[in-house]
Design a protein around this ligand. Structure first.
Ligand SMILES: Cc1cc2nc3c(=O)[nH]c(=O)nc-3n(C[C@H](O)[C@H](O)[C@H](O)COP(=O)(O)OP(=O)(O)OC[C@H]3O[C@@H](n4cnc5c(N)ncnc54)[C@H](O)[C@@H]3O)c2cc1C
Length: 459
């Protein structure tokens, strides 16, 4: 299928080009936008298959877009074809009896929460409701309930994948098992996933949410308390510390914590933080899904807002040392002094109980970050476009000043370096799982059509 007309008229969905109504290349991060030649909005897996064959026949670069939240540009293409699942393939269906969610590849986590919580059920999803299921799942997937239920990939029961030759395949523990292994961490390397089937868990309606804002001079006390708190952190309890600009632009540390239990239990688990004297304490009980809108709080200056310049850079923190928080504070202060246009940036450290994640053997799925105990994320934000060519180096320097040795990173916080080079970074990311990924890649995508994100070179 080479002609645009033939392709377009064969679709149930739509193909658009610049100037057409509906042509949309916006992404969550402004810097991730590229001018695609065609943006395709498929209705189903068959449309997706046709789009892949059209791009291949015309030798056009191909990108898959789910929720559009990747800051690296991996879901965009300059001059190629975007298969954008977000517009028309974003449905969610719940099977209450089997406790399964059937979720289309372009859905957002908020839609999954909304549909499943009607039945008192929940999927393990990300912490921001408007993030896409597509990238977050295929790259691994952490969320507030990781302590209890593990990674998103650990809760994936099956998936429908459209491969490079246009085949629509089911991948599960019993069908195309190698493909199923590969998509649980291997990202967009194996083709668009048009449907994910997730295992659901019973979930209480209300949870405890801790939200406290501290001035930076409390960092040493917070560090002492984190050390103590970590010793008895239960699977039901999680915490994020966000070093950011608070209201009025003053640096602050926001503690966001959750306990998947009653108000009283939650208060008991976080009382020592409350005793440190936060500037503001808005801890409360709230309906579970609301916690996934908390990053939109004015406390953190709407940290997850769409349409800003953003670049993520991650690093695993194998062990918590008490100086870590001071290093984060200093690194952010130095960055903002050196580059005032980065003042809205945040540095986040996530404290999930990692036992469940570690209980799955490293080679059981392609995801290779199971050694990471705590996860650091620099969410770099900048207002001065002249800084854009330098942000990758800035983000590397900032993270290196916090965690000086190489500890690996979570692939979904990719800074996009891999979009321009060979497999070196992918080999480092996937470690022992890389050779198997490369041989599965050869089987399903021998021409390396899906080469965005951390590219895996066919063996
Ligand atoms: C505000 C915010 C909050 C976040 N919170 C979390 C969190 O709580 N936990 C966590 O683990 N990560 C989190 N992340 C990181 C997140 O996992 C990545 O940004 C992820 O790439 C987002 O997926 P997406 O579908 O929205 O992105 P996109 O930009 O659409 O895609 C990113 C990558 O995934 C691929 N992709 C997307 N959909 C599909 C699909 N259906 N099939 C195959 N490949 C696909 C794309 O091709 C691209 O390579 C967050 C990111 C942001 C911006």
């Amino acid at each position: 299928m080479t002609s645009l007309q033939e392709f377009s008229s064969s679709l149930k969905g739509q193909v658009t080009t610049e100037g057409d109504a509906g042509y949309d290349i916006k992404r969550w991060a402004k810097n991730a936008v590229r001018k695609a030649k065609y943006v395709v909005y498929p209705m189903d897996a068959e449309d997706v298959s046709k789009a892949i064959l059209f791009a291949k026949a015309n030798k056009l670069d191909l990108a898959i877009c789910g929720g559009g939240h990747g800051s690296s540009g991996a879901s965009s293409t300059e001059g190629g074809v975007v298969i954008d699942l977000g517009k028309k393939m974003n449905g969610v269906r719940i099977d209450e009896e089997k406790k399964l969610a059937y979720v289309q590849g372009g859905a957002l986590w908020g839609s999954v929460d909304e549909a499943s919580m009607k039945y008192g059920l929940v999927a393990l999803g990300g912490v921001v409701s408007h993030t896409g299921v597509g990238g977050l799942t295929t790259g691994g997937g952490y969320g507030w309930l990781t302590g209890q239920h593990g990674l998103v990939v650990d809760n994936l029961v099956s998936a429908t994948v459209v491969t490079a030759n246009g085949d629509v395949l089911t991948a599960s523990d019993t069908e195309n098992t190698d493909l199923f292994w590969a998509i649980r961490g291997g990202g967009s390397n194996f083709g668009p996933v048009t449907e994910f089937v997730y295992r659901l868990h019973e979930q209480r309606a209300e949870i405890y949410f801790a939200e406290m804002i501290f001035l930076p001079d409390k960092v040493p006390q917070i560090a002492n308390e984190i050390e103590e708190w970590s010793k008895t952190q239960s699977a039901e309890t999680a915490l994020h510390l966000v070093f950011a600009a608070g209201p009025g632009g003053r640096p602050c540390v926001v503690l966001m914590g959750m306990h998947n239990g009653s108000l009283e239990e939650g208060e008991a688990r976080f009382e020592n933080f409350a005793a440190l004297g936060p500037l503001l304490n808005k801890s409360r009980q709230m309906p579970y899904p609301e916690i996934n809108n908390a990053q939109e709080s004015p406390f953190v200056n709407h940290a997850a807002e769409h349409g800003q310049n953003r670049l993520f850079k991650g690093a695993f923190v194998p062990e918590f040392d008490k100086e870590l928080l001071s290093r984060i504070k200093l690194a952010r202060e130095k960055m903002v002094t050196d580059y005032p246009a980065t003042a809205q940036s945040a540095i986040i450290i996530e404290f999930y109980n990692s036992e469940k994640v570690r209980s799955v053997p490293l080679e059981a799925t392609a995801y290779a970050g199971r050694h990471g105990n705590r996860n650091l994320c620099l969410a770099l934000s900048w207002t001065d476009e002249s800084l854009t060519p330098h942000v990758r180096q800035i983000s590397k320097d900032v993270v290196a000043s916090i965690i000086p040795r190489e500890t690996g990173e979570y692939g979904n916080l990719s800074d996009g370096e891999t979009l321009e080079g060979g497999a070196e970074k992918s080999v480092a990311l996937f470690g022992v799982n890389y050779p198997r990924l490369a041989s599965i890649k050869k089987r399903y995508d021998p021409e390396n059509v899906f080469r965005k994100w951390y590219n895996i070179i066919p063996a």
